[in-house]
Design a protein around this ligand. Structure first.
Ligand SMILES: Nc1ncnc2c1ncn2[C@@H]1O[C@H](COP(=O)(O)OP(=O)(O)OP(=O)(O)O)[C@@H](O)[C@H]1O
Length: 253
């Protein structure tokens, strides 16, 4: 896949030679140097941008424009303050399933709230919740309509380290409860290994697929797995790959 942005000083090539494949039901973590084109990749997968060359396919269908069956989560949860947490979570269902009875929508949202430990907060406003709780609610909203793919652009980036690790566990619990295909953009290598079935390292801009690591850890991994020798080895390899990616960028390619 290839993509360049039109800028005042001419085209800015952002992706060139990017080839990513995420099997249905698996979790891909994408890492790479700052500014290499990771967010651009998410916009292409969501159908918000069209690649100059190449194609994006989702569940056997070519992506030609924005899709309703994509879930998105960002660093800032962007919950609507004039809606309760419950009504924020059911928002995608109002768009994707307008004829679904309210009771079914509420049941679905309550089921997710329970999975992320937010039962009892459904009638609160977003500002009454902590940052970590808001991000939990945002995760519920991003999967409430059972999207084909969940795209996350650094959803845990703004949280403190302990809250972030809690959210990693919540994410794994959610996936065990209802498997979905996910693409996570992150700057955190530990996060990529803990959450990913594969970690994709992008090169410096213009980004291509530089390295792919399959993560072979137990399905029910606990956070402690991050402190074991096999994971230390994986993190070491990924760090080396990031350094190579940064070097390529500095080389002015
Ligand atoms: N709409 C746009 N028009 C022009 N240039 C853009 C546009 N969006 C992004 N860029 C440029 O494209 C490059 C890649 O941006 P992108 O946001 O995809 O990178 P990123 O890897 O997500 O960055 P970071 O890791 O810092 O979040 C950057 O140099 C950015 O300035």
């Amino acid at each position: 896949m290839k993509h360049a942005y039109a800028t005042a000083s001419g085209p800015l090539p952002v992706l060139d030679g990017l080839d990513v494949s995420v099997p249905t039901g698996t979790f891909a973590a994408v890492v790479g140097p700052s500014g290499c084109g990771k967010s651009t990749l998410t916009r292409l997968v969501a159908g918000l941008l069209k690649p100059d060359e190449g194609e994006v396919w989702l569940h056997g269908e070519r992506v030609k424009g924005p899709r309703k069956t994509v879930g998105m989560a960002f660093q800032n949860p962007v919950l609507l303050e004039w809606r309760t947490i419950l009504d924020n979570i059911i928002l995608p269902l109002e768009i994707v399933a307008p004829r679904m009875p309210r009771k079914d929508r509420v049941d679905r949202a309550m089921e997710l709230l329970e999975m992320v430990g937010l039962t009892g907060f459904e009638d609160k406003r977003p500002s009454e919740l902590s940052g970590g709780m808001r991000q939990r609610a945002s995760l519920c909203r991003s999967i409430v309509h059972k999207p084909d793919v969940l795209i996350m652009d650094e959803p845990f980036g703004a949280l403190d380290a302990f809250t972030r690790e809690d959210l990693w566990q919540t994410m794994r619990d959610l996936r065990r409860a209802e498997p979905f295909t996910a693409v996570l953009i992150t700057h955190d290598l530990r996060e990529s290994v803990y959450l990913g079935d594969q970690v994709i390292v992008l090169s410096g801009r213009p980004a291509r697929t530089q390295y792919v690591m399959d993560i072979d850890l137990p399905e029910d991994r606990a956070l402690d797995v991050l402190y074991t020798p096999p994971v230390a080895d994986m993190l070491h390899i990924l760090r080396e790959q990031i350094k190579i990616a940064q070097g390529r960028e500095e080389g002015g390619h």
